[in-house]
Design a protein around this ligand. Structure first.
Ligand SMILES: Cc1cc2nc3c(=O)[nH]c(=O)nc-3n(C[C@H](O)[C@H](O)[C@H](O)COP(=O)(O)O)c2cc1C
Length: 312
């Protein structure tokens, strides 16, 4: 299947494994997805500089195919991470949270493609004006940081596709090939899946986290931190406590928000009091499968969806 994104990046399938702090902050998941013809994306946000360098070298040794690197540009270590990415000649940047303009010329000079993650029409237009190569558009179903506007993927992706000329990668709520095909039908040129790839042996999170994703139903997530920089996570003791405090109009919501972390859930396995970031699509994920198997299944399911539409 050829789309503007597969052509731009030189990948076989229009499928991205989303950047996920801790879950995709290792080499194994990125290598497996890229070698299977998708785009594996390393989440650099939580990594120490030494670990980052080591993991980039592991990926370069593990795949000759294109792979992506996510650096949240508002991260205090972003300048140092960007320097290493540049020196390492990273093929694809998938940047989030911050302005891309000042970085583009430098990364173009090494032939890198720059994709930018946006969650609104306004930010899509701004990123296009800045000169990025493509957009990743996150809708409200997404795990991690969905749009504060809470506009869903179906509507936001369609709106952005009509608002910009750049190729769009749809993200948020997609867990199988039917979802990928739906996004292609909307006009997206690829789809990005995060939560689906948490349920793989390669994902770098605690077994409790993976099990919690399998057990979740589609109603099983909460948006925590409305009016701030909200996260979507699985409902647990922490989200329930936050919900009560929010409804009561409690004044110390910031303190409560910061009392729990993704790391607590991802590395320590505390799925009750940690932030178990995951999307609504957790309710569509029923099994832990090697990432290469997930890719194979996705490709077959996209084909099935295309054929189904063709005969209707
Ligand atoms: C556990 C987790 C961690 C995430 N960490 C990041 C991150 O470090 N950088 C980023 O740009 N997006 C991050 N995201 C958002 C994903 O890149 C992606 O937009 C989202 O997972 C898509 O929704 P889905 O989970 O329904 O597939 C994270 C998402 C999850 C679930």
């Amino acid at each position: 299947m050829k789309t503007r994104i597969t052509e731009l990046l030189g990948i076989e399938h229009p499928i991205f494994q989303a950047a996920m702090s801790w879950a995709s902050s290792n080499s194994a998941l990125v290598i497996a997805v890229s070698n299977a013809g998708g785009l594996g994306v390393l989440a650099a946000g939580p990594l120490r500089i030494e670990d980052f360098k080591r993991i980039v070298a592991e990926i370069q040794a593990g795949t000759k195919k294109p792979w992506g690197l996510n650096i949240p540009l508002n991260n205090p270590r972003a300048p140092e991470l960007l320097d290493i990415a540049f020196q390492s000649r990273v093929p694809v940047m998938v940047a989030s949270q911050g302005g891309p303009r000042e970085h583009l010329a430098r990364f173009r000079s090494i032939g890198a493609k720059w994709l930018h993650v946006v969650a609104s029409v306004e930010h899509a237009r701004k990123a296009e004006a800045a000169g990025v190569d493509a957009l990743v558009v996150d809708g409200a179903e997404a795990g991690g940081h969905p749009p504060p506007s809470e506009v869903g993927t179906l509507v936001l992706v369609r709106r952005v596709v009509k608002a910009v000329k750049l190729p769009v990668v749809a993200s948020g709520g997609i867990a199988d090939g039917a979802g990928v095909a739906a996004m292609l039908a909307l006009g997206a040129e690829a789809a990005q899946l995060g939560t689906r790839f948490i349920a793989t042996p390669e994902a770098g999170v605690h077994e409790n986290y993976k099990r919690a994703v399998l057990e979740a139903e589609v109603e099983g997530t909460a948006l925590v931190g409305r009016g701030r920089h909200p996260i979507r996570q699985l409902k647990n003791a922490f989200s329930a406590k936050y919900d009560v405090a929010e409804r009561a109009g409690s004044g110390d919501l910031d303190q409560l928000f910061n009392s729990s972390s993704l790391k607590q859930a991802a590395l320590e396995g505390d799925v009750e009091w940690g932030k178990v970031e995951a999307g609504q699509s957790a309710g569509l994920v029923d099994d832990i499968l090697p990432a290469a198997e997930v890719m194979k299944r996705l490709v077959a399911e996209v084909e099935f969806a295309r054929n189904r539409l063709a005969v209707l």
